[in-house]
Design a protein around this ligand. Structure first.
Ligand SMILES: [Zn+2]
Length: 255
């Protein structure tokens, strides 16, 4: 699991590289490399570039820049950016979220790719997209981009595998491993104190009714006090784990 902070630093509305157009979908996540190896050319430097006149004049814009330390968001996720090189009405521009991975020589490229994989997994889940909807800039315009991933043997495959790994680590489809309450949600799930809904999602932002709260409290009371049912080894192991956990919890509450 990678936890990476996303910093919002939008290109000001009204600038020539703010399209103001509604993004269709999004249906795709387009991956780029910045092709900028200069020292200091990290995510914040690209945020400054996008707010400047040079980027406005082109115009060029994209949604996220990722380096080894942070992720900066430059555009709202429902707005078209100009990054795919397939024109005003291109599918890439009109229906994909653009993610740039930094190549600055003073940064850790491996970490930047790991952060990007985390972000892409997060976006796939947010918009209910599939791994096949993660594509290279090359798909839209034929440009050799993302050039680092394309240039390294199996680079692109490795990146997609890292995205899939992030997807697997999530607790529910709508609860990524990076969610602020991930540990607590994993606990209530593993110990059957709370479950997901029929479609498998947890809906972490939905409210709980008083009746549901009472059910959870009753389950928690039983979890702490009742003698567990022993039938087979698998269950015994589970029970041992539960006893250990119960001891830890009691110590926590008493301490
Ligand atoms: Zn590109």
């Amino acid at each position: 699991m990678v936890f990476t902070e996303i910093i919002e630093d939008f290109i000001p509305a009204g600038r020539a590289n703010r399209s103001g157009l509604k993004l269709s979908g999004p249906k795709w996540i387009t991956i780029h490399d910045t092709a900028n190896t200069r020292a200091g050319a990290g995510a914040m430097a690209h945020a400054r570039y996008l707010k400047g006149d040079e980027a406005a004049k082109l115009p060029v814009s994209w949604h996220f820049t990722v380096d080894d330390k942070q992720i900066v968001q430059h555009l709202p996720l429902n707005e078209v950016g100009w990054h795919a090189g397939d024109g005003l009405n291109g599918t890439g521009n009109r229906s994909s979220i653009g993610v740039e991975i930094c190549e600055n020589q003073d940064g850790n490229r491996e970490k930047a790719e790991a952060n990007a994989a985390w972000l892409v997994a997060d976006l796939l889940q947010k918009f209910l997209l599939d791994i096949n909807q993660v594509v290279q800039h090359n798909k839209w315009s034929g440009k050799n981009c993302p050039r680092v991933l394309r240039g390294r043997p199996n680079g692109w495959e490795q990146f997609l595998t890292a995205v899939e790994q992030n997807l697997k680590e999530n607790i529910f489809p709508d609860v990524p491993a990076s969610h602020w309450a991930a540990e607590a949600i994993k606990f209530v799930k593993d110990n059957s104190l709370m479950t997901g809904k029929s479609n498998g999602n947890f809906y972490p932002d939905e409210p709980l009714t008083r009746a549901q709260m009472a059910v959870v409290l009753k389950r928690f009371y039983d979890f702490l006090h009742k003698k567990p049912y022993t039938k087979n080894l698998k269950k015994k192991i589970k029970i041992r784990r539960r006893r250990k956990l119960r001891g830890e919890l009691k110590a926590k509450f008493n301490g």
